[in-house]
Design a protein around this ligand. Structure first.
Ligand code: ASP
Length: 324
């Protein structure tokens, strides 16, 4: 067959695939962190809510954890752009370009942006046996234990890494960071006392706080939260860490080059999911806030990530930590 005919045939089959999408096979949403953690939780709730508007198709979660989210994100950047492999990830998209020197993908040009999902506060939490019951006592404990403190995180570029960096620089105490494939396994070690402290999303900490399996000292947002389990917690700003503010957001992505028709279907399904009362209720119960209509738009999502990179880059550089 002549080359031009082959190209026409390929284009026609691509168009047919876009028209019948998503009936060919299950959609896989890659989560670049361990199962059972906060990013995984958002992805599973979102997958459930997107299933119906996508015609009942099955949506599976694939945990491709490691390297602070760059392994899973890279997997999607290099995946076939057919709409069957998507990425659900968080603020790591905006921290990694500054933090990781040899990032194997380009945040700006290797993805199609499908829309933001939610904003999630973080909490400063500690092992249950720590000798402190409020932030003031924790500050004393930190000063008494300089050089011995272990701070868990989900790897370079993760939300817990960013929050931990900012916390160490705010209290001016260096801590030994212990990286995990996600804050689900880190939480197990925090409960067991193998690590001392961690910053983690409320979507992972709320149930452990309620069960009194860990101690909590403050929220990382500028305002206190309304969630019943977290409403009495002070902010880190109130606790004396001037200007301290970290909020995590999640977004949905497809590989660059995914046909427009498929992207339109996915964005429409995302919007339906984000208005689903069950999804909203689950998110709110864990301290997360579903984004407004404007931020569900792909163009707005892309603009927001670029603005976050610009905002976070000088902060990360000031903290002076990089990885290869
Ligand atoms: N909470 C993790 C982080 O620190 C990610 C995760 O395990 O979902 O980025």
């Amino acid at each position: 067959m002549k080359k031009s005919l082959i190209l026409v045939a390929a284009a026609l089959s691509f168009a047919a695939t876009a028209q019948t999408y998503p009936t060919a096979k299950p959609i896989s949403i890659v989560v670049p962190f361990a199962a059972g953690g906060p990013t995984d939780r958002v992805a599973r709730d979102l997958a459930e809510a997107m299933r119906k508007p996508l015609g009942g198709v099955s949506i599976v979660i694939e945990n491709a954890a490691g390297a602070g989210s760059s392994i899973g994100s890279n997997k999607v950047a290099k995946a076939n752009p057919d709409g069957y492999t998507l990425l659900l990830t968080h603020i790591g998209m905006a921290t990694m370009p500054t933090l990781v020197r040899n990032l194997p993908f380009k945040v700006e040009s290797d993805f199609e942006y499908l829309g933001l999902v939610n904003d999630v506060p973080m909490t400063l939490v500690a092992k249950p046996m720590i000798a402190a019951n409020n932030y003031k006592e924790l500050a004393t404990w930190i000063n008494q234990n300089k050089g011995k403190i272990n701070l868990g995180n989900a790897g370079v570029g993760s939300a817990s890494h960013l929050c931990g960096l900012l916390f160490q620089s705010a209290v001016q105490v260096d801590m030994t960071t212990v990286p995990y494939k996600g804050t689900a396994p880190a939480m197990t070690d925090l409960i067991g006392g193998q690590i001392d402290l961690m910053c983690d999303q409320t979507t992972n900490t709320t149930s452990q706080i309620e069960a009194k399996k860990i101690k909590v000292f403050a929220v990382t947002t500028a305002q206190r939260l309304h969630t019943p389990a977290l409403k009495d917690l002070p902010t880190l700003q109130e606790s004396g860490l001037k200007g301290f503010e970290v909020t995590i957001w999640h977004g949905l992505y497809a590989p660059k080059g995914t046909p427009t028709e498929i992207l339109t279907k996915l964005n429409a399904a995302l919007k339906v999911a984000l208005k689903d009362p069950d999804f909203i209720k689950k998110q709110e119960g864990l301290g997360a806030v579903v984004v407004t209509d404007k931020r569900m738009e792909p163009a707005e999502h892309k603009k927001f990530v670029a603005a976050e990179i610009a905002k976070l880059s000088p902060i990360i550089k000031a903290a002076g930590v990089y990885a290869d």
